[in-house]
Design a binder for this molecule. Structure first.
Ligand code: LIP
Length: 286
């Protein structure tokens, strides 16, 4: 975390974005170019299916090295390496591989997500998805872009005509609850997409490729960059009951359907999820 009282230096969001882009692209290149044959999970986290690979760790090491080489006083919060403190008032929030299961299986829907916070506010974000061939960017004072060209959200004709993305957690207890919520959502929308990387799903909202997205259980590194990009593209982003987006719930949608989607999710108690305890999961495997 950033040391209390640290005053952010006068770095511009644009300068932070440029550094985030260089680091994210280099990490993406490492992930594509040096992926070993027969890549396997090296460790698990909240459940046997919540995996970490050597490449997640290698990507985060590279991101940390590149960011701190240029800005040694910054704090960093990373999915694999946790929190390191800083004195500059700038904190990087990084997901070295968002969509790890997709990366492990060789599916293209994954990204390197890098966000820069100044005094606790995300001011620059990059979601670099090399195998999708796209990089989304935004700063707090510039338009959201995909590959350097401005993007904006869709304008669906109501929730019933909306294509909505979502995702699911890694523990059986949480997945059972999320499945029940899904049975309430599916009949009320055009269709559902579950592609497996929150940061990319948020960027698909920004690009109008889906009309909305919701998910419970996201961590700061899953959503930091993508939420800024979606917001700068014209999406409304929040939780339920006026809450900010976070682990309890994130909803990102075109303005025309945001309230309707939030209302439906609230009626389904979609953010009411007892902290799922992996120890209650049935034994994995046979
Ligand atoms: C993933 C999220 C995705 C969610 C997956 C997983 P990870 O993050 O980006 O939205 O549905 O279950 O949590 O674990 O690949 O970094």
């Amino acid at each position: 975390m950033t040391q209390p009282g640290a005053v952010a230096d006068t770095v511009s969001p644009r300068a932070l974005l440029e550094l985030a882009l260089v680091a994210a692209r280099e990490a993406g290149d490492l992930l594509v170019r040096t992926r070993p044959q027969g890549l396997r999970a090296e460790a698990t986290k909240t459940s046997p299916t919540d995996v970490v690979t050597e490449m997640d760790r290698a990507s985060e090491r590279l991101l940390r090295e590149r960011l701190l080489a240029r800005r040694p006083g910054d704090a960093i919060l990373g999915e694999e390496g946790g929190a390191s403190s800083g004195s500059s008032g700038v904190r990087w929030v990084i997901d070295p591989v968002d969509g790890t299961v997709n990366y492990l299986y060789g599916l293209p829907h994954w990204a390197v997500s890098v966000a820069a916070e100044v005094a606790g506010q995300v001011v620059a974000g990059v979601v670099h998805a090399p195998e999708l061939g796209h990089t989304w960017t935004a700063t707090v004072d510039s338009p959201a872009c995909r590959d350097g060209l401005p993007v904006s959200v869709s304008d669906p004709d109501g929730l019933a005509m909306a294509l909505v993305a979502t995702g699911f957690g890694y523990t059986s207890a949480r997945r059972a609850r999320q499945a029940r919520v899904l049975t309430g959502v599916l009949p009320r929308v055009r269709d559902i997409r579950r592609a497996g990387a929150a940061s990319v799903d948020l960027c698909l909202v920004a690009s109008g490729a889906v009309d909305g997205y919701y998910e419970q259980g996201l961590k700061p590194w899953d959503l930091a960059a993508g939420a800024l990009i979606a917001t700068r593209a014209g999406a409304r982003v929040g939780g339920l009951s006026g809450q900010p987006p976070g682990e309890r719930m994130l909803v990102a949608a075109a303005p025309g359907i945001f309230d309707e989607l939030v209302g439906l999710l609230a009626a389904l108690d979609a953010d009411d999820d007892p902290r799922a305890d992996p120890s209650t999961d049935p034994p994995q495997g046979d």
